[in-house]
Design a protein around this ligand. Structure first.
Ligand code: TXA
Ligand code: MG
Length: 325
C-alpha cells in the first residue's frame, strides 16, 4: 500500500523523501500544478522506474525540476528571453524548454530524461517540492503522477488510487492550487514557441519577452508528446459544449447553467464562473464523475479566454477518440 506523509511534518517528510530519492526510488511530490512522480534525474534506473510505473511511452521526455536558476543553468542554456521568463515566473507553473548543455560541469541529467533531444525542459516548482530538491541537491525528473494516459492527480489520495499495489511514498501537500499542468514554452534564441498552454498565458509570455509567441502547427509533430490526442482521458467518454445530455449521463457544469434533470450525477466546476477555481477542480471532478460509473460525461461550455483556453485544451484531449491501448 502507498504511504502518505503530510508535508506539515516537515522534517520527517524531507528526510524520508531525500532518503528514498537517493536510494534510486520514486516519491510522489505535490506541486502547485499537479502531483508529480519524482526520481533523482541523474540516476538512470530511478528515471526508468518512472516510465515503468506510469506505463509511459519512453519517447516522452520528462520535465526536470530545479530549485532555482543556479541549478537550472547547470543543465540548460538560458539566453535573455529564457532568463527573463524564469525571472518573472519562477518558482511557478512555467516549464522552459531550452538547449541542453552537452557537458555540464556536474553530474549530468540522465539521457532518459531528455529522450535523446538536444533540449531540456526545466521548471522550478513552488512550495515543498522545491525544498525537497534543495535538500537532495539534484534535479528531480517528474511527470504528472497519473498512470500514462489518465487524469493528472491533484490530491495525494488520487495518487494513491493510481498505484494501490505499490509501496510508493507520497508527500501530501493538500490540493494543488493551480490544478493544471505547467505552461510549456520552448525558447531558443529569440524564437519562442508555446508547446502546452497552462496558467501562464501566451500573452504574459509575449509581454515578458517582448517577442512574438509561436504556436506549433502540424509541422511541429510530437514536440511535446503530452499534446497528443487522448492524453488526459477518464474511463467515460467525454462530450464538450453541451446544453443538454442523454438520459443517465454525468454532467460537468460551469457557471449558472442548470444541470439537466435527466443527468445521473453532476458537479459544477465553478458556479460563479471563476476559471481559476474551475481549473483547480477540473481533474478531481472528472475523476469523481468517472468513479460514479456513467459511460458519458457531458460538459457545459467553458469560455475560451484566460485559463479557459488551457481548460478547453485538456477537455478536448479528454474527449478525443481513444487510441487502442
Ligand atoms: O505541471 C507540470 O508540468 C507537471 C508537474 C509534475 O511539474 N509535470 C508534467 O509533466 O506535466 P509531464 O511529463 O506529464 O508533461 C511534460 C511534457 C510532456 O508532454 C513532454 O513531452 C514535454 O513536457 N517535454 C519535456 N521535455 C521536453 C523537451 N525537451 N522538448 C519538448 N517537450 C518536452
Ligand atoms: Mg502528464
Amino acid at each position: 500500500m502507498p504511504e502518505i506523509i503530510a508535508t506539515t511534518q516537515r522534517v520527517e517528510a524531507l528526510n524520508r523523501a531525500v532518503g528514498v530519492l537517493r536510494a534510486g526510488d520514486l516519491v510522489a511530490i505535490p506541486t502547485e500544478t499537479v502531483y508529480g512522480l519524482a526520481a533523482d534525474a541523474t540516476q538512470g534506473e530511478a528515471v526508468a522506474k518512472i516510465f515503468q510505473t506510469k506505463g509511459r511511452p519512453s519517447f516522452n521526455p520528462l520535465i526536470c525540476h530545479v530549485d532555482g536558476m543556479v541549478m537550472a543553468q547547470d543543465y540548460g542554456l538560458f539566453d535573455s528571453a529564457a532568463e527573463r521568463l524564469a525571472h518573472a515566473f519562477w518558482p511557478g507553473p512555467l516549464t522552459l524548454v531550452v538547449p541542453r548543455l552537452p557537458h555540464p560541469r556536474i553530474r549530468p541529467v540522465h539521457e532518459l530524461v531528455t529522450a535523446g533531444l538536444a533540449t531540456i525542459g526545466l521548471r522550478c516548482p513552488e512550495g515543498f517540492s522545491r525544498q525537497v530538491i534543495s535538500a537532495l541537491g539534484r534535479p528531480l525528473a517528474a511527470p504528472s503522477a497519473n498512470r500514462s494516459g489518465r487524469i493528472s492527480p491533484t490530491r495525494a489520495a488520487h495518487v494513491a488510487d493510481e498505484y494501490p499495489e505499490s509501496d510508493l511514498l507520497i508527500l501530501d501537500g493538500g490540493a494543488c492550487a493551480v490544478g493544471l499542468e505547467s505552461t510549456i514554452v520552448k525558447v531558443t534564441g529569440d524564437d519562442v514557441t508555446l508547446l502546452r498552454p497552462g496558467a501562464i498565458s501566451a500573452e504574459q509570455i509575449a509581454e515578458t519577452t517582448g517577442l512574438k509567441v509561436h504556436r506549433p502547427g502540424n509541422h511541429a509533430g510530437i514536440e511535446a508528446p503530452g499534446m497528443m490526442a487522448s492524453h488526459y482521458a477518464p474511463d467515460a467518454a467525454v462530450r464538450l459544449d453541451c446544453e443538454t445530455c442523454p438520459d443517465g449521463a454525468a454532467w460537468l457544469g460551469f457557471g449558472n447553467r442548470h444541470q439537466p434533470p435527466n443527468a445521473s450525477s453532476g458537479l459544477n466546476l465553478s458556479p460563479l464562473s471563476n476559471l481559476v477555481e474551475a481549473a483547480a477542480n477540473l481533474y478531481a471532478y472528472l475523476k469523481t464523475l468517472d468513479a460514479g460509473g456513467a459511460g458519458l460525461i457531458c460538459v457545459s461550455p467553458i469560455p475560451h479566454e484566460d485559463l479557459g483556453v488551457a481548460i478547453n485544451d485538456r477537455l478536448r484531449r479528454a474527449a478525443a477518440p481513444r487510441a487502442a491501448s
